[in-house]
Design a protein around this ligand. Structure first.
Ligand code: PHE
Length: 342
């Protein structure tokens, strides 16, 4: 029996295998129900009392070594560190790893921001979760203005007199800049905004904006018009016209809505521009003196203009995507359509 154990110990020591199957065969042979160890343990019962201790210990060593060996070989296989070159077919074609693309909304947002960067505007970002002061009060919204209503705004905490909410526009970032910095100020503020609206092909409760602000001495409405015309032509092409229509925002006076001549039909009239020849793309106006004062900027010395546009809207006009929801579903079939756009 001793020599049998010695022989098996040597066998375990030398054994190596590079497939799951070979390891399993070895396990059955050594440790299986009808394996050699089972038989040896049976024989062990008949061993004389004075040899039991020595042989018993040896048998246990053999069993442990066999178990360790099987575990080590299995681990090696699992790690792919088997040294056998047979398990790798080096002639097989490689698997190409997919390269991602920039999201179409990021492409458009970057394009908008870069146009203003070229005009000397710096990019600024701020928190998506804001307080009432930065989103409404500092921007001259009356305490009972309907935009504060639960219908439009996602409130997080209304316990204090300065409630916490999800920003409904990135004008809040402009307030933060004005509070920190004296003019001249030239910033663009891209970011995600939230409004409590039903999701449809044309509206979403989450969307993206780029807003801008320019404050200095003697900034005029004409400066705004020229800046926005420059932006529009950089974005949509040399032949595009703009028009400004009177509008209302609490934080600008006068306020306007800016239209561009329809990028699809060139102004002749089509179903995208609803046969008007014009598409609305942004709100704008001269910063209200109350806003400047709320941010400790002298409204007698300084004036400025602000504007804000929706990134989804610009993207929609650029690529004629009729359903805004596609931008949020992240279906790779949709996203891959913009592969070459970057
Ligand atoms: N903040 C406005 C909005 O979200 C857009 C805007 C910005 C209008 C600046 C005028 C001036 O709709």
């Amino acid at each position: 029996m001793n020599s049998k154990i010695e022989q098996l110990l040597a066998e375990v020591e030398q054994f190596t295998a590079d497939t799951e199957q070979k390891i399993e065969e070895f396990r059955i042979k050594m440790l299986g129900k009808k394996g050699v160890l089972t038989r040896l343990f049976d024989d062990f019962k008949t061993v004389s009392a004075e040899r039991k201790k020595e042989l018993g210990q040896k048998l246990n060593v053999l069993k442990n070594k066999a178990q360790d060996k099987i575990k080590t070989l299995k681990d090696q296989l699992g790690n792919g560190s088997s040294d056998s070159s047979l398990s790798v077919d080096k002639t097989m074609p490689g698997v190409r790893s997919e390269v991602g693309t920039r999201h179409p909304l990021s492409v458009v947002k970057n394009e908008i921001v870069e146009i203003f960067n070229r005009l000397g505007y710096v990019t600024a970002e701020g928190p998506e979760m804001e307080d009432d002061w930065h989103v409404f009060s500092a921007l001259n919204f009356a305490p009972d203005h309907p935009a504060r209503d639960m219908q439009d705004t996602f409130f997080i905490n209304t316990d204090s007199d300065n409630p916490i909410l999800l920003r409904t526009h990135t004008s809040s970032v402009q307030v933060r800049i004005m509070e920190k910095q004296q003019p001249p100020i030239r910033v663009v503020c891209p970011g995600r905004v939230f409004r409590n609206e039903d999701i449809s092909a044309r509206a979403h409760c989450i969307f993206h904006q780029v807003e801008g602000l320019y404050i200095d001495e003697n900034v005029s409405f004409a400066d705004m018009k020229q800046t926005l015309l420059y932006f529009t032509r950089e974005m949509f092409g040399e032949n595009v016209e703009i028009r400004l229509r009177p509008s209302y925002f609490p934080f600008t006076e006068p306020s306007a809505e800016m239209d561009v001549s329809c990028t699809i039909c060139g102004g002749k009239g089509c179903n995208i521009c609803k046969y008007t020849g014009w598409l609305e793309i942004m709100g704008c106006g001269m910063v209200h003196p109350n806003v400047l004062e709320a941010c400790n900027i002298d409204s007698k010395k300084y004036s400025g203009f602000a504007f804000g546009m929706g990134v989804e809207r610009i993207a929609q006009l650029k690529w004629q995507v009729s359903d805004i929801r596609l931008y949020f579903e992240n279906d790779v079939r949709f996203l891959n359509m913009f592969r070459t756009v970057v």
